[in-house]
Design a protein around this ligand. Structure first.
Ligand code: C5P
Length: 437
């Protein structure tokens, strides 16, 4: 395997689960691939595996006691320059602490001080794993960009058979390689993402999907995707602009999933507060005109273009080069607005180098008709409809519910769920449609 581990500094956090004995094999695999591994153990983990084992394997002192650190290793020093922090096994207790931002032992303190990608491999009893508290904590981790490696189903140390068995060292090793080579941007811990979902029949039209499945990671390989996201800002004068409430979350989630599935992703983004998803190339723009220029400079290479941005329909015809002053003798001012280019329609109507083009229809009424009309008018291949009059989905919320149409009618309906899961379903549908064309 072409591993990405050579000379990478990896912190291996070991917590007090029975699976801690497997961490020795994991540690060995990482070292054999060229990584420089530093082990951090919780006090409970030391009851299960001796620190001497890890010290012999890594050649570094194992960090356990935060109060020893003045003379030995500091949590901040350990975190500094790390390329990846891997917690394997991650007990329910440590997962809860990470979710809460605790720093009550060497492992949690070092993790809190780390700025590198974090990967956790949960290992625990099935009921503990399925407990809403643990699931909520895992969601918090996923939403924060932490990679959660879904535990396997199988025989557990407690004697029962169920989900909660830590992934095997070889599997974790391979996930770590993928993360470090930018191939994985998102690993879903979602409890429904079990293997049984893989056995679902191929999608048929119309499709009602309420659950998600583990996606084959090669689905996007070889495809170049452009995604527009976020709002645009249309300048009025140097200090004022017209914008909208788009958070960009949906477009960023799509970019994250597309990169996870192996695609080459360029995210053309209006101003947002979001972090660039792992492995995604991001181009920042402000206005609709700038967004169009950015899209046009990538479009000839692209296989897929997804217009997820909430582009302002109009811009100020003549923005003032200096700040507009309030005048005592004028009760109103007039701004003349002119139409902005329609970015997704410009792409949809291209005569050559036209990528598979997907638009969004954020509607408040007459939903399906408006969506279908836009599909035709903008010459799109797919349109994704969402109801923005419902406050719990759409703009600025973390959840969404969408219907997807092509020229033949409704292709899919994805029930209300997190934007990240919706993004998986959408990207899976887009990649499969493009590949079947
Ligand atoms: O016409 P409407 O704004 O409702 O269409 C929404 C779809 O068109 C979205 O996919 C959005 O990203 C795209 N759009 C665009 N350029 C515009 C306006 C909308 O790309 N100027």
């Amino acid at each position: 395997m072409d591993t990405q581990l050579k000379n990478r500094k990896i912190i291996l956090g070991v917590t007090g689960g029975i699976a801690a004995y497997k961490s020795c094999t994991l540690c060995r695999l990482l070292i054999k691939a060229g990584a420089d591994v530093y082990v951090c153990m919780t006090p409970a983990a030391t009851k299960l595996v001796g620190k001497d084992t890890f010290e012999a394997l890594t050649g570094h002192k194992v960090a356990i006691d935060i109060f020893d650190e003045a003379k030995d290793i500091s949590h901040v020093g350990l975190a500094k320059d790390a390329d990846l922090f891997l917690v394997a096994p991650a007990t329910a207790n440590t997962i809860a602490k990470i979710a809460g931002g605790f720093a009550d032992n060497m492992l949690t303190a070092t993790l809190l001080a780390s700025t590198c990608p974090v990967v956790v491999a949960p290992a625990m009893n099935t009921n503990m794993y399925n407990n809403i508290a643990t699931q909520t904590n895992l969601s918090t981790l996923v939403n924060r960009g932490i990679y959660v490696l879904t535990p396997n189903e199988g025989e557990l140390a407690c004697g029962i058979v169920g989900t909660g068995r830590m992934k095997e060292p070889e599997e974790i090793f391979s996930d770590v390689c993928s993360i470090l080579s930018n191939r994985i941007a998102y690993i879903n811990h979602h409890p429904q993402l079990g293997l049984e979902q893989e056995k679902l029949p191929a999608p048929q039209k119309p499709l009602e999907l309420t659950q998600t499945r583990l996606l084959p990671k090669s689905l996007g390989v070889g495809l170049k995707v452009i995604i527009t996201a976020g709002p645009t800002e249309e300048q009025i004068d140097p200090v004022r602009y017209i914008s909208n409430n788009s958070s960009g979350k949906m477009g960023y989630a799509l970019a994250q999933v597309a990169a996870y599935l192996g695609a080459d992703v360029t995210l053309i983004s209006g101003p947002t507060n979001l972090q660039t998803p792992f492995g995604v190339k991001r181009i920042d723009v402000k206005s609709a005109v700038q967004m169009l220029h950015a899209v046009e400079s990538y479009v000839t290479q692209a296989d897929i273009m997804i217009g997820c941005a909430a582009v302002a329909d109009y811009r100020v015809e003549n923005p003032s080069p200096i700040k507009i002053k309030k005048k005592d003798d004028e009760d109103s001012i007039t701004l003349k607005l002119i139409k902005n280019p329609d970015i997704v329609a410009t792409v949809g109507h291209r005569q050559s180098h036209r990528p598979f083009t997907v638009g969004f229809a954020a509607e408040t009424n007459n939903f399906e008709q408006n969506a279908k009309d836009k599909l035709v008018k903008k010459n799109l291949d797919l349109i994704i409809l969402n109801d923005v009059s419902n406050k719990s989905i759409g703009f600025n919320s973390d959840e969404n519910e969408v219907k997807i149409f092509d020229r033949d009618g409704q292709l899919a309906h994805f029930d209300k769920q997190s934007k990240q899961v919706i993004a998986q379903l959408i990207m899976e549908l887009i990649f499969k449609t493009v590949r079947n064309k």
